[in-house]
Design a binder for this molecule. Structure first.
Ligand SMILES: [Zn+2]
Length: 246
């Protein structure tokens, strides 16, 4: 299963898990003995159909400055790897696609984070737009030039992408093909499931951890193979796919 976080803040708010909740959640992952894998290793196992039921990868979308301040110290204490997805055009700015209140790392901060043990940097595109709505040249710009810029600025290979918004309506086969063509080994969606297999590499399911999750809710998300949210979303996605085929 891949956990998805955004912002970490002193108090829970929209898209922001509180520092205390984050610390308690990671302590739980440690105590419960979940194996936490780097995304490279997770994807390699998924490609072979070899992921264990309890294998975990941790991801952070939008590369907020709070990752360096609040998430990374906890990850390093526990020896957990994690992946941060950077929306390249927003380096050193705020999340203007949303309410614009959360600061995003600048290039120096991202470079420092990228050099920390266990941290992988992935692309979240350039402009945080829904890829499915873009024409071919713009799609290529989002997928290709974001990767090239990250690799040049960080001096590291970039192999993973997270689709902005990441629901089925936000990326399609053409977007997945663009990831393959440009040398990515995976694409993360926001579609809810604990499972990922060889067919999911460019639409990896994730479990969103929300500000409303208390520790029992968090523990249940990780341990239960069925979850009310998963059912609701599955039905929605099924209807969406049926509509597309009509
Ligand atoms: Zn995002």
């Amino acid at each position: 299963m891949i956990l998805m976080y955004h912002h970490i803040a002193p108090a829970a708010a929209a898209n922001a898990v509180s520092i205390a909740a984050w610390q308690a959640q990671m302590a739980h992952v440690k105590e419960a003995g979940y194996p936490v894998l780097a995304l490279d290793d997770y994807v390699r196992k998924a490609a072979l159909g070899g992921l264990g039921r309890w294998d975990v990868a941790i991801t952070f979308d939008d590369a907020y400055r709070s990752f360096a301040a609040h998430a990374l110290p906890v990850l390093q204490d526990l020896g957990f790897p994690a992946t941060v997805f950077m929306p390249v055009d927003f380096a050193g700015k705020n999340n203007a696609w949303d309410d614009g209140t959360y600061p995003i790392m600048d290039w120096a901060e991202l470079r420092a984070v990228s050099q920390a043990a266990g941290v992988t940097i992935g692309s979240h595109g350039r402009s945080h737009r829904r890829l499915r709505t873009l024409d071919q040249p713009t799609l290529r710009e989002e997928v290709h030039s974001s990767k090239v810029e990250l690799e040049n600025r960080l001096g590291l290979p970039v192999r993973h992408f997270a689709y902005p918004y990441g629901q089925l309506r936000d990326f399609d086969r053409r977007c997945r093909a663009a990831l393959v063509e440009n040398g990515y080994t995976s694409g993360c969606a926001t579609v809810w499931s604990r499972r990922n297999g060889p067919a999911d590499l460019y639409a990896l399911h994730r479990l969103e951890i929300t500000p409303a999750d208390d520790l029992p809710a968090f523990a249940a998300k990780l341990s239960r193979s069925v979850h009310p949210r998963y059912f609701r979303q599955s039905i929605k996605n099924l209807l969406f796919q049926l509509h597309l085929r009509r």
